[in-house]
Ligand binder design. Structure first.
Ligand code: NA7
Length: 538
C-alpha cells in the first residue's frame, strides 16, 4: 500500500481512468515517449465505461469493427469481434486483450479513486490524493475519465425507505442481478433504458416502465458476424482507418449528400424503409439535412412514429411511446433490439410520467399521482451528469487556488476541449468543447491522445515544463462551439444531456463540438503547426 509521497510516487504523467482513453494514453506516453506514467482507476479492472455498464442489454451502438483502436496494425489483425454491435462483456474482453498485449496493468493502480487534484505553483506539478489516502505527484495530469461516467440517480423522495433493491444502469453490480419472479420498475427511456427493457421484461415476472419523455429508436439489427465479414475487416483495415478518420462522426458509413427535398415522398419512404431494415445509426445518415432542417427532420420523425404505432399493439402504449416532443436525433438517437415489440408482452406496463408523475418512493414501490406500483427492484436508467460531472468529481484546484467548480460555475470553458485556463499541464481527453460524444468515441479518443502525446513530446524536446491556455482563446472557442451547434437542431432540445439540461441546477451550455471530427482535427493540427497557438509554453 502506498501512503505518502516519495520519489516512487512521483511521475511524469498521471492518467486518471483505465478505459479506452487512459490505456492508449499510457501506451503513447510510456512506450513511445519513455515517460514514467501511472494510471489511477476507481474500479478493480480496466474497461472504463464498460467496467460500470453491465446492465441487461448493455451494448455499444457503434458497429464493432469501428469501435476499435486503429493505432496498431497488429492489434487490428489479431482481434475479431463476434457481433455487429459488441456487447459489454465482449468489450471488456477486448480491453483486457489490449491491456495484456501492451502490458499495461503493471502501471495501473486499481481501486484508487482520485478525490483531490491540486496544482502546486511552486513546483509546477500536480498533487493527487485518492479515496484511500494515497498521494501522488505528477508533472502532467491527464484526465481520461470519460464523458458518461457520473451516474445520475434523481433525488426522489423516499428512495431510502424502499425495501427492495435499486440499481443505476451505469453502476451495475458485477455479479448478475436476478429478475426471476421479481416485479421490476424501470425509470428512464434513453439509449440505456431502451436497451434494458426487452431483456428485463424477458426475465422478470413483471416490468413497469416509467417514461418521462418518449424517444425515437431504430432497430439495431444486431447479429453474429460471419467469417467472410471478419476476414474482410482484417483485409481492409487500412481503408477503414482512413474512412473513419475522414467521416464527421467517425462511424463506418457515409452521410448522404442528398437533401430530403431532393426526393419525392415515395422515394423518401423507400430510403427510410431500407435504412430501417438495415438498422443502426445509419438511419440518421440517410439525408444530409436531417439534423439541420426541422422540416426535413419531421419526415424521419413521422416515419419512426408510424413504425412505433404499427409495432405496438396496445393503443394506449402506442400513443404514449409515439408522443415524441423533440426532433429525431436531437437527443442521442437510440438503436434497439426489439424495444417496441417488448410492449406487446403480457408482463409489461408503461406509465406516462407527464400525465402521472412520480410523487415519491415508499417501502413497497413507486407512488405516482394516480397509482401505486409494488416493486421488488427499481432500475434507474436515468443517465449521467455528462461531460463535466466526471471532471468536477476530481476536485481540481488550479493556479491561485482556483477551483474548477468555480471556474465552470456558468458552464464549462475549455480551449478545444483539451485544456482549461488556470489549470496548467492538465489535459482533458474528450473534454467538453471537443467532438467526443457526437462521434464514435475511440476515434475521438485516438485523435486527442495523439495530440497530447505530440504536445508533450514537443515540450520535452524544447525543454518547456509548463503549458497553459488562456481565457481569451477559451471564450473564442466556446463561441465557436455554440456557433457550430446552432447550425443544428441539437441545442433546441429540452432535457438534453448534451446541454446539461437533464441535471437540475446544472448550467445549460451546449458541450460537445458539433463540427465533425475531421474539421476539429484540422483545427488541432493547425494549432500544433503554429507553435501551439493559444497555449503558452514556458
Ligand atoms: P439519457 O439519455 O440521459 O436518458 C435518461 C433517461 O432517464 C431519459 O429517458 C430521462 O427522461 C429519464 N430521466 C432522467 N431523470 C428522470 C427523472 N427524474 N424522472 C423520470 N425520468 C428521468 O441516459 P442514457 O443512459 O439512456 O444514455 C446516455 C448515453 O449513454 C447514451 O447516449 C449512450 O451514448 C450511452 P428525459 O428524456 O430527461 O425526460
Amino acid at each position: 500500500m502506498i501512503n505518502d509521497i516519495s520519489n516512487n510516487n512521483t511521475y511524469d504523467a498521471i492518467i486518471v481512468g483505465a478505459g479506452f482513453a487512459g490505456l492508449y494514453q499510457l501506451i503513447c506516453l510510456r512506450d513511445q515517449l519513455g515517460l514514467k506514467c501511472l494510471i489511477l482507476e476507481t474500479g478493480d479492472d480496466v474497461g472504463g465505461t464498460w467496467y460500470w455498464n453491465r446492465y441487461p442489454g448493455a451494448r455499444c451502438d457503434t458497429e464493432s469493427h469501428a469501435y476499435s483502436y486503429y493505432f496498431s496494425d497488429e492489434l487490428l489483425k489479431e482481434w475479431s469481434w463476434t457481433e455487429r454491435y459488441p456487447g459489454h462483456a465482449e468489450i471488456r474482453e477486448y480491453i483486457n486483450f489490449v491491456a495484456k498485449k501492451f502490458d499495461l496493468k503493471k502501471d495501473i493502480l486499481f481501486n484508487n479513486k482520485v478525490t483531490s487534484s491540486t496544482f502546486n505553483e511552486s513546483e509546477n506539478n500536480w498533487s493527487l490524493i485518492t479515496e484511500n489516502g494515497n498521494q501522488f505527484k505528477a508533472k502532467y495530469l491527464i484526465s481520461a475519465v470519460g464523458c458518461l461516467s457520473n451516474a445520475n440517480i434523481p433525488n426522489i423522495k423516499g428512495l431510502n425507505t424502499f425495501e427492495g433493491k435499486y440499481y443505476h444502469t451505469g453502476n451495475w453490480p458485477k455479479n448478475d442481478v436476478s429478475f426471476t419472479n421479481k416485479k421490476v420498475g424501470q425509470i428512464g427511456t434513453g439509449s440505456t433504458g431502451i436497451q434494458a427493457v426487452p431483456v428485463i421484461a424477458a426475465n422478470a415476472k413483471h416490468l413497469t416502465v416509467f417514461q418521462r419523455t418518449a424517444n425515437y429508436s431504430v432497430p439495431a439489427r444486431n447479429q453474429p458476424l460471419n467469417d467472410d465479414f471478419k476476414e474482410h475487416v482484417k483485409a481492409d483495415y487500412k481503408n477503414y482507418r482512413e474512412f473513419l478518420k475522414r467521416t464527421p462522426n467517425g462511424h463506418p458509413f457515409d452521410i448522404s449528400e442528398r437533401l430530403v427535398s431532393d426526393v419525392n415522398e415515395d422515394e423518401r419512404n423507400e430510403i427510410y424503409e431500407k435504412a430501417w431494415e438495415k438498422g443502426g445509426l445509419q438511419f440518421r445518415a440517410t439525408f444530409q439535412d436531417l439534423v439541420t432542417n426541422l422540416d426535413a427532420n419531421n419526415t424521419a420523425a413521422e416515419f419512426i412514429k408510424q413504425k412505433i404505432r404499427k409495432t405496438v399493439l396496445n393503443n394506449k402504449f402506442a400513443d404514449i411511446l409515439s408522443d415524441i416532443d423533440h426532433p429525431y436525433a436531437g437527443k442521442r438517437p437510440p438503436i434497439d433490439s426489439h424495444y417496441f415489440e417488448a410492449f406487446n408482452r403480457d408482463n409489461i406496463n408503461l406509465v406516462d410520467l407527464r400525465a402521472d408523475p412520480i410523487k415519491h418512493i415508499d417501502e413497497k414501490g413507486i407512488q405516482t399521482k394516480q397509482d401505486h406500483f409494488d416493486l421488488d427492484i427499481i432500475v434507474f436508467a436515468t443517465g449521467y451528469d455528462a461531460m463535466t460531472g466526471p471532471l468536477l468529481n476530481l476536485n481540481i484546484t488550479g493556479k491561485d487556488n482556483l477551483k474548477l467548480s468555480d471556474y465552470w460555475k456558468e458552464g464549462p470553458k475549455t480551449y478545444l476541449g483539451l485544456q482549461i485556463a488556470g489549470f496548467p499541464n492538465l489535459f482533458t481527453i474528450t473534454g467538453p468543447g471537443s467532438p467526443s460524444v457526437l462521434t464514435n468515441m475511440p476515434m475521438a479518443i485516438e485523435q486527442h491522445v495523439e495530440w497530447i502525446r505530440d504536445c508533450i513530446s514537443h515540450m520535452n524536446k524544447k525543454g518547456y515544463s509548463l503549458i497553459e491556455t488562456n481565457n481569451k482563446v477559451s471564450e473564442e472557442w466556446g463561441q465557436e462551439v455554440n456557433k457550430v451547434a446552432n447550425k443544428t437542431l441539437l441545442p433546441k432540445v429540452k432535457h438534453s444531456w448534451y446541454l446539461g439540461a437533464n441535471i437540475p441546477g446544472k448550467p445549460q451550455v451546449f458541450m460537445p463540438y458539433a463540427g465533425g471530427l475531421p474539421k476539429y482535427n484540422d483545427i488541432c493540427n493547425d494549432v500544433k503547426k503554429n507553435d501551439y497557438l493559444g497555449f503558452n509554453l514556458s
